[in-house]
Design a binder for this molecule. Structure first.
Ligand code: NAD
Length: 275
């Protein structure tokens, strides 16, 4: 059901579907989107200091009558704030903008070369203080995870990466499952650019669902947490209405076969990206 949650390796429960708010404008746009999402049954919101909308996210939470303990709020430390002291300061600023005493998940947004291990020490401190119920990373490849885990006291609970039928990340997913790290899909709908794909249209018609719902259900059945973004009420509702059908093994295989190992966003190993 919509209330099923993934269990992270520290026992914290995380909703399988959350609302992504990248490029949702701070103020009315993000506040209204979150209100519609909470009404539709979402309990998880994915923001970041980069998105410049933590204040609106906080306002939507404050105005909602959903108890804080039922919500799952994620934010992230941006690249220019990495390093131990810088991250602690960035976290304080995020909490302040959100108007929260804790977040449910704090992530390192990207593996900034030479910085992410010091940043991780700050996340461990924040976690040990109870100010983040879980900590994790984003855009980490297997080699970044191996490097981090070699020195870490706490293994990341989540790795949030680009993941959709054109970038199925099968080796990374297998590695993360072996390590007990929950994979989370960003840009799961490829910004809507893949909905005409005939395989998806055919499977969607067969199940009387939309291509978006087929992709998000494929995430769930692969054991991947997903955070589709929309600021449109009926799409927000549609994107969490994925609990009343099941993809067959053949459907799953056909969707995975759409893989082209093709990124839409940056390659985490591209040095230019960090300049
Ligand atoms: P997405 O794949 O979720 O696509 C969102 C777009 O798809 C919408 O703007 C809309 O145009 C369309 N859409 C959504 N639902 C639809 C529906 N039911 N029918 C038709 N069209 C629909 O893209 P995204 O926003 O880039 O990714 C989702 C979230 O992932 C972000 O909001 C953010 O929270 C997170 N993210 C994280 C990183 C990272 O580096 N960690 C990077 C990008 C995104």
């Amino acid at each position: 059901s919509v209330h099923d949650r993934a269990v992270l390796h520290n026992g914290v429960q995380m909703p399988w579907v959350g609302l992504g708010v990248y490029k949702a404008e701070d103020g009315d746009e993000v506040i209204q989107s979150i209100k519609w999402a909470l009404d539709a049954g979402y309990r998880s919101i994915d923001t970041a200091s980069l998105y410049n909308n933590e204040a609106g996210v906080g306002q939507a939470i404050a105005e909602s009558d959903v108890p804080r303990e039922d919500l799952f709020i994620t934010t992230k430390v941006w690249n220019s704030d990495q390093g131990f002291d810088e991250t602690l300061a960035a976290f304080d600023a995020s909490l302040e903008r959100l108007g929260l005493e804790y977040v449910d998940l704090y992530l390192i947004h990207w593996p900034v070369p030479g910085k992410y291990k010091e940043t991780w020490k700050a996340l461990e401190k924040i976690y040990n203080e109870g100010r983040a119920k879980a900590i994790g990373v984003s855009n980490f490849k297997q080699h970044h995870l191996e490097d981090l885990i070699a020195d870490a006291e706490i293994k990341p609970m989540v790795n949030q990466v680009e993941y959709h039928p054109r970038l199925t990340q099968e080796d990374l997913l297998t590695y993360c499952k072996q390590q007990g790290i929950q994979l989370e899909a960003w840009r799961p709908l490829l910004k809507g650019e893949i909905f005409e794909e005939p395989t998806l249209v055919e499977i969607a018609d067969k199940h009387n669902k939309t291509a978006a719902q087929i992709i998000l259900r494929w995430d769930l059945q692969n054991g991947v947490v997903t955070i589709p973004k929309s600021i449109t009420q009926h799409r927000i509702e549609e994107n969490i209405d994925i609990y009343d059908f099941e993809l067959t093994n053949e459907d799953m295989t056909r969707i995975s076969a759409l893989n082209q190992d093709k990124r839409n966003g940056a390659d985490p190993d591209d040095p230019e990206f960090y300049k």
